[in-house]
Design a protein around this ligand. Sequence first.
Ligand SMILES: [Zn+2]
Length: 466
Amino acid sequence: MSQSSATRISIQNSKTGKKEAFFPLDSEHVTMYVCGPTVYNRVHFGNARPAVIFDTFFRLLTLHFPKVTYARNITDIDDKINNAAAEAGVDISDIANKYTLAYQQDMSALHNLIPTIQPKATDHIEEIIHIITELVNRGHAYEADGHVLFNVPSMAGYGQLSNRKVEDMIAGARVEVASYKKDPMDFVLWKPSSSNLPGWESPWGYGRPGWHIECTAMINKHLGETIDIHGGGADLIFPHHENELAQGKCCHGHDVEYVRYWMHNNMININGEKMSKSLGNFLTVEELLAKYPGEQLRFALLGAHYRSVQNFSDELLAQSKRALDKFYTLLRDTYDVEPIPPEDLREMAVARALADDMNSPEALAAMHQLATRIFKCEDPSELAELKGEFVASAKLLGILNHDPEEWFKLSNDSSISEEDIDALLMERVEAKNSRNYARSDEIREYLDSQGVAIQDTREGTRWQLK
Ligand SMILES: [Zn+2]
């Protein structure tokens, strides 16, 4: 089975700046790599965005292709980890293990699926040394003063991903000018370690890898020389992804495409301001999860297109809750519903919106439209079909994971309970039967004022939260 000919996935490729039809190298197996966190503290909320975006994209790819391998790495060697360990007076591995687990728990709480693989840098030292050796042998890297550096001028076309010229980068960037560098743009592949820092024996002495090389080594080992999709935050385009690309293209000795489609998500602002420690709005995923259900945070994150800056606000969170409450009220009578099969789901509005360069706001709008159609539908077979589409689409978005009852317990802050609503609707039936239309209207108005919409159908009265 290959990708449906009717609906194709398109991706805005950061490398070309164009929206392109997605064709994987192998139509039976898609590969995707997303840069994960450096594990030295609880991750800030900005890290939740790529995790949710690429998780949703992973679900979509799985809907279209027989096999998808999604790798999200863990950077467990970094000076920030070393510093955190020294500060806490504990072992470096204690810090890395603690925050790896915390990250994985935070991501699960946001209802992200577990990626196919979660490779760790420290498990790939052998592969890292191998790639650095290849780069040295091919004249793209050199040893100087215990360091190994990638020589940027050795690669024609460096800067093609971030669309920068080397001269501009030198002029504009705060490039670390070290005496052992041949060129100011050269970047570290390997650096020396002292005995109190993590390190490994290598052809260049006891040392540890730079950051960029770990991703290239893990991609080569797990996904191959060329991968289909590489994702991450837009702040990684330069220098991290540019340098990954240079390493990935130069280490094989023949012309290799490193990544076919680059996808970059934009940043999050909090209440209109950039997240920063000095502004006091530097929120961790853990802090937000203490206040809001993970699904509400996920829904809010899907509310903006991944390429635009998202303004995360109290209003957005409130809107997300209202939408989820409305969807869960519909779900109360969907226990017996069969989700529609994947080949049908691919052609439905939610999946089609996601296939169009991950247009998640449009996908959520399609969920609202679907909810309205279900609410108004009176034909039983059409209703079953619509509900089947609704639950299958929700699963594709990673929402509506709870039992409705559980959800309302988890999130409920409304003044009117389900029992109250049911009791009032019973009273309204009695009022109507005894021709007390004034009372029946009064009940409808009261429910309306409480945010409850009602619909009279042949089978009785339905309600949902507005
Ligand atoms: Zn990376």
